[in-house]
Ligand binder design. Structure first.
Ligand code: GLU
Length: 597
């Protein structure tokens, strides 16, 4: 979303933000457009405040990691319903000097007491409705975001976490202008927000969402960031903030006088202070696949993103004839997505052995799956998962569920030394579990609803059932693509399971369909996650629907938009094309340090 700063406008202009495209507006505010090209470093996020903060860090000599953390902390203020310190995410880092890609798994963890039946109602033995599970303490995992920022700053940054939290604290204190997206995100979940005194005080002033154009401040979050800056992250994981977080989970702050009705009882959760104190980051190797001479690095488990994107690219590469038309390319994109999703649902969860991941990403497996695609006729969906113990063209059994969320946020940063950060982080649904921690100004995640509530794989084991301390499977797909060992493209998106297809489709658009990066970003999207109908944006349906329908594809009802991506392309000679959405989710904000060399 593109909030232009309110009171921060002053500081932003005095900070000397230089934006390549378009130029500053008459009022002196930086007008951050969706695309910026230039040199010296680049930032792309969904929000002008966050991009400006990240850019300022780069301009003052900080590196990509410093800028990414400062921008992420700002997104915690201006995009509080998508991400923040109440949630988790996956941080992918390319170190230019060592030519190495590393990752941080800051995914939330289930309580030590969690069982497979976490989301089964003891009253009737049936799974809870999604919203019943979501708006409860049960859905909250121990958050990994703050630990991620601290670890990234220590390992690869040049600034302290304390200093990187300051610009965001300032935005929280001084406020920003509410735009239509922010207003609508609250309106969409207002009946749940209205149940909690802390949430309604902050986000339903006078009983309604803050008006578009009004100034939104969050002094509690400013104080929270400053307390962490002073005392370190222990105050969150082992101290006063953590105590308040756990109290909120175990004793939801239900309002005496709720605003509106909520259909479900609000259940407490079992996350404890020991669970929070025991939170540990992981540092998995990235997954890797080769695509048309490029090397694609993505997130390992517990995300399914890297594996599914890599498997689908491998299948496309194996099966797609070089001379293919646009329709044929899209046909392969959709078929490969469905096959990769079937395998993901069957095999990929937090505990999947790495040899299974390697098998799914092998060329041999791609050949065993690609052989099922008929260039002239769409497969009947859902397609069964392949049997990874089999040889030859693969057989199978059942399909799986298809999730789609609209929360989460993504950012892409690169610096003048060539380091890159691709970071996707989230609180799961838009508005998370809808509880603001009283006095602390941040919303809790509902990440544990990313577990399957009940087995989905028939007689086969389900890789994504809840368990003690377990991380729920994610679809987040922060991706860095190298060409001849040098950075070519970094990209990622929110959108629940559609993240995988958005990242995949953007790579296809850029690499196979000959689009520029901004074109690949703006192009209409479609998502085939192994369901009967393709989910598509109206423009995709209109443009490609007739040709794809002729091949036997079917469409589900259109959706207004899929994803809200950010990306950077690295041009020869050390230049950057920073790209964010021109219009989805209100449009994003891209900027470069210098428009000219
Ligand atoms: N919780 C989701 C995941 O980790 C992301 C939610 C979203 O993007 O809407 O895959």
């Amino acid at each position: 979303m593109r909030f232009l700063p309110a009171l921060t406008a002053l500081s932003l202009t005095t900070m000397g933000v230089v934006v390549a495209s378009p130029p500053a507006t008459a009022g002196g505010n930086p007008a951050l457009g969706p695309t910026a090209t230039g040199y010296g470093g680049a930032v792309a996020t969904v929000d002008a405040n966050a991009t400006a903060v990240g850019l300022d860090v780069l301009r003052r000599g900080g590196n990509a990691v410093d800028a990414a953390i400062a921008a992420a902390a700002t997104l915690g203020v201006t995009e509080p319903f998508s991400a923040g310190i109440g949630g988790g995410g996956f941080f992918v880092y390319y170190d230019a000097k060592r030519k190495k890609i590393s990752t941080i798994d800051g995914r939330e963890t289930a309580p030590a007491s969690a069982t497979e039946r976490l989301f089964i109602d003891p009253a009737d033995g049936l799974p809870y409705d999604f919203n019943e599970a979501r708006v409860s303490g049960l859905s909250v995992g121990a958050p990994g975001t703050l630990a991620t920022w601290e670890s990234a700053a220590r390992k690869w940054g040049t600034r302290s976490l304390s200093s990187l939290l300051q610009p965001a604290a300032r935005v929280a204190e001084e406020g920003f202008v509410v735009d239509a997206t922010f207003n609508q995100q609250i309106a969409a979940i207002a009946p749940a927000f209205g149940q909690f005194s802390s949430t309604s005080e902050l986000y339903l002033p006078g009983g309604a969402p803050p008006a578009v154009g009004s100034i939104q401040r969050n002094p509690d979050l400013a104080a929270t960031y400053r307390l962490i800056a002073r005392k370190g992250t222990d105050v969150f994981y082992r101290g006063a903030i953590g105590a308040d977080l756990i109290e909120t989970v175990q004793n939801p702050p239900i309002a005496d006088d709720p605003i509106g009705d909520w259909a479900y009882p609000i259940r407490p959760g079992a996350l404890t202070r020991a669970d929070l104190a025991g939170y540990r980051l992981r540092y998995p190797d990235p997954v890797r696949s080769d695509y048309r001479g490029l090397t694609v690095y993505g997130m390992n488990t517990p995300s399914s993103g890297g594996t599914a994107v890599g498997e689908a690219l491998n299948i496309i590469e194996k099966g797609l004839p070089a001379s293919a038309s646009t329709t044929e390319k899209l046909h392969y994109y959709l078929e490969a997505s469905a096959l990769a999703f079937a395998d993901r649902n069957r095999y990929v969860g937090a505990d999947t052995p790495q040899r299974t991941i390697r098998r799914l990403l092998s060329d041999r497996w791609a050949a065993q799956r690609a052989c099922q695609i008929d260039p002239g006729k769409a497969l009947t969906k859902p397609v069964p998962p392949g049997d990874i113990t089999a040889t030859g063209c693969t057989p199978a059994t059942v399909g799986g569920p298809a999730e789609q969320g609209q929360s989460t946020t993504n950012l892409t940063v690169a610096d003048k030394w060539g380091n890159i950060v691709e970071y996707t982080f989230t609180i799961e649904a838009t508005g998370g579990n809808t509880m603001v921690v009283p006095g602390r100004g941040f919303v809790l995640n509902n990440e544990l609803t990313d577990f399957n509530f009940a087995p989905t794989q028939g007689d086969a084991p389900d890789p994504n059932l809840p368990g003690p301390g377990k991380r729920p499977r994610s679809s987040m797909s922060p991706t860095i693509v190298l060409s001849d060992g040098k950075p070519f493209l970094a990209l990622g998106s929110p959108g629940g399971a559609t993240i995988i297809t958005t990242v995949l489709q953007m790579i296809l658009n850029r690499v196979d369909l000959g689009m520029t990066l901004p074109e690949a970003m703006a192009a209409p999207r479609a998502s085939q996650r192994n369901t009967a109908g393709i989910q598509a944006e109206p423009a995709f349906h209109t443009r490609y629907g007739p040709a794809l329908t002729a091949l036997g594809h079917t469409f589900a009802p259109d959706v207004a938009e899929l994803g809200a991506a950010t990306a950077i392309e690295f041009t020869r000679g050390g230049g950057f094309i920073a790209s964010s959405e021109p219009s989805r989710r209100g449009g994003g904000a891209a900027a470069v340090v210098r428009p000219a060399r």
